[in-house]
Design a protein around this ligand. Structure first.
Ligand code: FRU
Length: 462
């Protein structure tokens, strides 16, 4: 299935990757063990799944513009989460219902076929506010049998099919199969500027019926992006990225938030959402998606933050943003713990002296208070009440973030060339950030901790 626009875009994307790829690849801040766009812009992970022997990571890809541009679904696949193959985009903005962007969505895998549900973005030209008018957010389904090319693409729902009290902002379908039926959640913004989730049910993957709406008793932000709803070890969790939540002390420090509600009852009927917990307290974590991989649930997030007042110097070399490492999430009561997937451990090359560490995996038990200084650029300090991450130089506008808690007992830090993922107390809290130290700087100064540090190898990307 292809049309002339897709044929042109296919050639243009391949050409820009060929022409601009080398400059991006030579950037001193290119990461070693995180997935990045070959050129241009990356945001949300999409369609994460395991299909047969392959893991697929699709992502919001703006190949023509490192500051955004019209979104495609970029595509990586891997058999082991370590060796990756870069494939041509799976979805191009080439249909009347997605002409201004193939927005985020998810994959349902059945009998070796991948059903890719996504939002087609259409912006009409004219004098519109693009919130209550001027925008189409269409739910579409693309099917791929070989996992590389699309065999069909169809429009399933458009704005007039959604409940009446909504703005045009209805997007990011997450779909799964359960009890012989299919379920979809969509993030939505109401006309009263409240964030909520629409729950749809289908018997055939194509015809969908709105069966419930999930929201909080009190308003919580004006829009809930990128929803995910799943049962982890007997407890249901609703993950979303709410916009418009006001900062309270050290909570909701970023412009947009991202976290989970425990859900009691049945999402199809009577339910109650518990209190919201943030998934990350760093500068750069948004729009994560989870998927089942046999018995474990993996999560990948976008290591970025939309509309932030800090930036990334990589734009100068024609690319921006990356994914987090794949993490396994586990349940502890009504909380989610997040730690790097076991595979990441295979990238450890050997112990490295603190003074020589640059790209590393660090594990430590901590004393009641202490401090780590990484490559002269990032300062992590903790005591019995909080941990702070300060980026003095090299923050590209990032200053300080806090994780409040009842003390730090263990830390694991994945430090790539230009990012830090800090897992506190076995993944009970996580802080994710990009940072831009002097490219030649190395060394970790450690006070108040016994640390083991391993140098990290690189993902193999073909
Ligand atoms: C979240 C988001 C989604 C949307 C996509 C567009 O970062 O705004 O809601 O589908 O990005 O790129």
């Amino acid at each position: 299935m292809s049309n002339a626009l897709q044929r042109d875009l296919t050639r243009l994307v391949a050409r820009i990757e060929r022409e601009d790829g080398p400059r991006a690849a030579a950037d001193p801040y290119r990461q070693r063990f995180h997935l990045m766009p070959p050129v241009g812009w990356m945001n949300d992970p999409n369609g994460l799944c395991r299909c047969g022997e392959w893991y697929h990571v699709f992502y919001q890809y703006g190949p023509f513009d490192p500051t955004g541009g019209v979104k495609h679904w970029g595509h990586y696949r891997s058999r082991d989460l370590l060796h990756w193959e870069q494939l041509p985009p799976m979805l191009y903005p080439d249909q009347p219902w997605d002409i201004h962007g193939v927005y985020s969505g998810s994959a349902l895998v059945e009998d070796g076929t991948m059903y890719l549900y996504y939002t087609g973005n259409v912006k009409f030209s004219g004098d519109y506010d693009y919130i209550t008018n001027g925008r189409g957010h269409n739910t579409a389904l693309a099917v791929t049998r070989d996992g590389v090319t699309v065999s069909s693409n169809e429009l399933l729902m458009e704005n007039r099919d959604y409940p009446d009290d909504l703005t045009c902002h209805v997007r990011d379908p997450k779909v799964w199969a359960q009890d012989g039926k299919y379920y979809m959640v969509l993030g939505a913004r109401t006309r009263q500027d409240r964030g909520e989730l629409l729950v749809y049910e289908s018997a055939d993957k194509r015809h969908w019926q709105h069966i419930n709406t999930l929201t909080t008793a009190e308003p919580f932000g004006y829009m809930w992006e990128c929803p995910d709803l799943f049962c982890l070890d007997g407890q249901w969790f609703l993950i979303c990225s709410p916009q418009g939540v006001t900062q309270q002390g050290h909570r909701y420090q970023n412009i947009y938030s991202c976290g989970w509600f425990p859900l009691a009852g049945d999402f199809r009927g009577d339910y109650a959402l518990g209190s919201f917990h943030e998934l990350d307290c760093g500068f750069d974590f948004y729009a994560p998606q989870t998927f089942l991989d046999g018995g474990r649930r993996l999560m990948i997030g976008w290591m970025g933050m939309p509309d932030a007042d800090y930036g990334n110097p990589t734009v100068e070399n024609g690319w921006q943003h990356c994914m987090t490492v794949p993490c396994e999430i586990r349940r502890e009561g009504e909380r989610i713990l997040r730690l790097p997937a076991a595979e990441i451990g295979a990238l450890r090359q050997g112990p490295v002296e603190p003074a020589r560490a640059q790209v590393f995996d660090l594990e430590c038990r901590t004393e009641a208070s202490g401090r780590l200084v990484i490559r002269g650029a990032a300062v992590i300090e903790w005591d019995t009440q909080q941990l702070s991450l300060t980026l003095a130089q090299g923050g590209a506008g990032r200053t300080v973030r806090y994780a409040d808690g009842d003390g730090v007992r263990t830390l694991r830090i994945l430090a790539d060339v230009s990012s830090l993922e800090i897992f506190i107390n076995g993944g009970a809290q996580v802080m994710t950030t990009r940072y831009y130290p002097d490219p030649t700087a190395c060394g970790v100064q450690i006070e108040g901790a016994e640390a083991e540090i391993w140098a990290m190898g690189a993902l193999q990307i073909q």
